[in-house]
Design a protein around this ligand. Structure first.
Ligand code: 3HC
Length: 283
């Protein structure tokens, strides 16, 4: 299928990044948020990110203007009526995602593919909320979306070969390298990443080392671009807890139980970079 117009539900960190790379790759993009304030915040972040690109000479002012010209913001899902692909990038809550998929099924044209950027929730559950489960798949991007080269495509037991092929073509067209995962909690990357991040928190919690030394250990000892506690702050501690709980629910594997310190930090609203405080201070 030929994709011309892409819808994105949610203009937060992930949704905004997806909008940016999709529009930069030449697609028309409609992005929705639940209110004007969040929409304007998200569009402003995309504008700033593109401006930084211009300042660094990575793209021209003309390219930036053309990219912004391809993006339309909205607060109503009816604007997805002529999209060929809609990517949901709302918060990690399965009930909310099921509701969004049911709504999208009503407004998107019958040929449209519906995708979720979920970090690990069940694609089949979202597909079941629609009348087109064969046209539903996971398109899992990584943060920061404009920089990270990977797209993890998730195929449910109902996803058709055509839908998977279109997902792959789309991913390549926005410059990503594709990996394919089955619809199992955490897919490939988060199933491997989450235990490591939770273990780093447990080590810090019981005083094995300072946060800086834990981070420097993996940063310089394993050449990871950032240490695990810094990465927790980038991902968002609430998001990390949602992902870990989602995987634990399914497997009951204790390595996915969230450490007490993580739970307390989420309760305190210390969610990482986005709130200015996590394992480190960003104010
Ligand atoms: N948008 C666009 N560009 C960005 C950016 C952003 N949000 N953040 C950084 N960059 C660019 C910078 O402009 C810079 O570009 P330049 O080299 O042309 O000057 C380049 O990236 C490097 O940035 P910095 O010099 O500021 O800092 P670093 O060298 O430390 O790189 C990083 C920053 C790219 C974030 C790097 O530290 C990194 O790769 N960290 C690991 C990120 C990671 O693991 N992400 C996955 C998280 S898990 C996930 O997303 C799954 C989900 O389900 C939870």
């Amino acid at each position: 299928m030929d994709i011309k117009k892409v819808g994105v539900v949610g203009c937060g960190l992930m949704g905004g990044g997806i909008v940016q790379v999709t529009a930069q790759s030449g697609y028309q993009v409609v992005v929705s948020e639940i209110n004007d304030a969040l929409l304007n915040k998200g569009l402003w972040a995309i504008n700033s990110s593109l401006s930084r690109g211009v300042e660094k000479g990575k793209l021209s002012q003309q390219d930036k203007d053309a990219t912004l010209g391809r993006i339309k913001g909205t607060t109503t899902t009816t604007d997805f009526g002529d999209c060929d692909l809609v990517i949901e990038a709302a918060v990690e809550n399965l009930e909310l995602k099921k509701k969004i998929f049911a709504d999208l099924d009503k407004v998107a044209p019958p040929h449209a593919i519906l995708a979720s950027n979920t970090s690990g929730l069940s694609i089949m559950d979202m597909a079941r909320a629609t009348s087109r489960p064969e046209k539903v798949l996971g398109l899992h991007f990584f943060n920061p979306v404009p920089i990270m080269k990977l797209l993890e495509i998730v195929r449910s037991i109902a996803t058709s070969d055509d839908t998977l092929e279109t997902g792959k073509q789309f991913g390549k067209s926005v410059g990503k390298t594709i990996i394919i995962a089955r619809d199992m909690p955490g897919f490939i990357v988060n199933r491997l990443m989450v235990p490591q991040l939770l273990n780093a928190i447990r080590m810090y919690e019981c005083g094995v080392a300072t946060r800086e030394d834990i981070d420097t250990g993996l940063n310089l000892g394993l050449n990871h671009p950032m240490g695990p506690l810094t990465l927790c702050d980038l991902v968002g501690l609430d998001t990390l807890a949602f992902i870990a709980n989602g995987i634990y629910e399914e497997f009951k594997d204790p390595q996915y139980i969230t450490p007490t310190l993580l739970n307390k930090m989420v309760t305190a609203g210390w969610l990482g970079r986005k709130t200015g405080k996590g394992f480190y201070d960003y104010k």
